[in-house]
Design a protein around this ligand. Structure first.
Ligand code: ATR
Length: 281
């Protein structure tokens, strides 16, 4: 039997749970899949992909800091990759196909695993970097009533919001961008933290007025309780980390490569029970 080879490429990558997740998925279908961690030098992403293709790999997941390079290296792009302007899944055939499953991953985790619907909601997206851009479109496609993008550098939030609002398909949604300082006037049904502030244990300079009792506070980071999560919990919000998103984005990549949809809840539980914390997203 031919064993197809896949990998996750990142730098760092040693902490990545993706091999465990893909192995658990493959087991559900008795598939022979080999999925490894590949550390690429910071200036060697493209060379690493070329080597893996030559060695017969069928595809890779891409993590920090290579999602933009992965997008640029690809010769075909799905809408999900075009919207995110970044790729977390590459498939090698005659061409290099880029897709981005992060946004589908977070929307599925929120709507199906956490059972919180996005339609009609007032949503605050914190951050305007790659992680925020990666999930923006799928969130808007779920029809929230209002989306505010807030970022330390307000201009980035403003530009991101303006670009999204200019698309006719989102004209029914109020999309605005701003800095953190003007947030005190409204509470949100849902707050999604897409900043990397939690990596350094930094609290965000945000007003407590944004937290609404019973609303959802979602941090895309996983493996640690960030200051954002602690504050939201103190304000009686439902708090979730990004573990479900990690597993759901992997499930979507698995579907792209193998044509079958794995069951995710048991895999989330398995990852939760692992001892070492992880910072991957
Ligand atoms: P990623 O791919 O994780 O999104 P990124 O593109 O470098 O990485 O974006 C990091 C995001 O986290 C940005 O929104 C950044 O804010 P700025 O655009 O103002 O730099 C935000 N961020 C990082 N550290 C932060 C901190 N300590 N406080 C507030 N925001 C922070």
């Amino acid at each position: 039997m031919i064993t197809h080879r896949y990998a996750v490429i990142g730098n760092p990558v040693a902490h990545s749970k993706s091999p465990l997740i893909h192995a658990a998925f493959a087991k559900q279908f008795n598939l022979e899949v080999r999925y490894e961690r590949v550390l690429a030098p910071l200036d060697g992403f493209s060379a690493t992909v070329t080597r893996l293709i030559a060695q017969g790999y069928k595809g890779v997941n891409v993590t920090v800091p290579f999602k933009f390079e992965a997008f640029n290296l690809a010769t075909q792009h799905s809408n999900s990759a075009l919207n995110a302007e970044a790729a977390n899944t590459l498939t090698f055939a005659h061409e290099i196909y880029a897709e981005n499953t992060d946004g589908i991953g977070i929307v599925r985790d929120i709507q199906e695993n956490l059972n919180v619907k996005l339609a009609g909601k007032k949503i605050l997206l914190l951050g305007a970097g790659g992680a925020a851009q990666g999930v923006l479109h799928p969130i808007l496609e779920a029809h929230p009533r209002l989306l505010v993008i807030a970022n330390r550098n307000a201009n980035k939030a403003f530009a991101m919001a303006e670009k999204a609002q200019s698309q006719p398909v989102f004209s029914h949604i109020s999309i605005t961008g701003q800095g953190f300082e003007n947030l005190e006037t409204q509470a949100f049904d849902m707050i999604i933290n897409a900043t990397s502030a939690g990596l350094s244990d930094s609290a965000l300079p945000i007003s407590h007025a944004i937290f609404s009792k019973g609303g959802l506070a979602y941090d895309m980071m996983y493996g640690r309780e960030t200051p954002f999560m602690k504050e939201a919990r103190a304000h009686n919000m439902i708090v979730a980390d990004g573990l479900g998103m990690l597993v759901e984005q992997a499930a979507e990549a698995f579907y792209i490569w193998h044509g079958v949809r794995p069951e995710t809840r048991s895999v989330m539980n398995m990852i939760k029970q692992l001892p070492s914390p992880s910072l991957e997203q």
